[in-house]
Design a protein around this ligand. Structure first.
Ligand code: HEM
Length: 237
């Protein structure tokens, strides 16, 4: 009996699975999830910079972010899913590349090699370790449970004071600066790769894309580092 046209049409789930199984599909997944994670990092840095405006603005902002739990948890779920897909697709692409060339090149230096693309996997792994520490530090309060009990004059969680206390420890501040430098290094390659995977790279745009990625990485590095450095040097107490 001939199968109907309806039963021969692949389902959306089937199409998505086939896309995921191809290396082009995985590159798209990496680009889209990378873009979501990059967007979060930019918004997070801009939000953090309110630290310099004092406790009122920062604590108000932190409270507003937590005032709608369904939105907060929805955003957390999207971030978590993006991170898991980004890491899984990245690991599978790296394995596939290795399998395609089991014997290393005699001269293992890639033709186009920058520090950022040679270290993309290791910087990604250190960022993962940093995020786990960071969540334990400021979000879950495992490093010091008192951090979550701090209250400002109007009874809000005193995120400003939590940051000041957190970064008074030079070891913690040093770790944040190193981690943020690796985030910047990862992004200086990652942003250019995302734009390439989304088909925005051509001979004409390539130099601009590289510059754009470098500028974005430098701005993020300076923006994130400013807080631990301001505290550890005693500029903000
Ligand atoms: C010096 C740099 C940074 C500072 C001062 C900082 C500060 C904070 C603070 C205070 C919170 C907790 C907010 C609250 O619960 O009220 C937080 C949460 C978070 N940060 Fe950072 N952060 C920094 C860098 C980063 C970087 C580079 C990343 C990612 C690569 C990151 C990812 C996160 C995530 C995923 C959360 C949890 C958000 C949630 O509650 O769902 N942070 N950060």
């Amino acid at each position: 009996m001939a199968a109907s046209a309806e039963s021969l049409r692949p389902s959306t789930a089937g199409l998505l699975l086939r896309l995921w199984q191809s290396s082009l599909g995985k590159k798209y997944v990496m680009a889209i999830t990378g873009l979501i994670l990059f967007g979060f990092v930019v918004v997070h840095m801009l939000g953090n910079l309110q630290f310099f405006a004092g406790p009122t603005l920062l604590n108000e902002y932190a409270e507003a972010l937590k005032s709608k739990p369904p939105v907060l948890w929805g955003a957390r779920l999207v971030l978590l899913l993006s991170a898991v897909l980004h890491i899984t697709a990245g690991a599978q692409l790296a394995n596939a590349n290795k399998r395609a060339r089991p014997v290393a090149y005699a001269n293992s230096k890639p033709l186009v090699s920058t520090l950022a693309n040679r270290t993309i996997i290791i910087s990604g792994l250190v960022i993962l370790a940093f995020i786990i520490f960071h969540l334990a530090h400021f979000t879950i309060g495992w490093v010091d449970p008192n951090y979550l009990e701090l209250r400002d004059l109007v009874g809000r969680h005193d995120v400003h004071e939590m940051m000041v206390r957190g970064f008074q420890n030079p070891l913690v501040s040093g770790f944040y600066v190193i981690a943020v430098a690796l985030v910047a290094l990862h992004l200086s390659h990652g942003v250019a790769s995302i734009l390439q995977s989304l088909g925005l790279r051509s001979k004409n745009t390539e130099p601009h894309l590289k510059k754009l990625a470098l500028v974005a990485a430098a701005v993020l590095f300076l923006g994130f580092c400013a807080i631990p450095i301001a505290v550890v040097t005693g500029l903000i107490r």
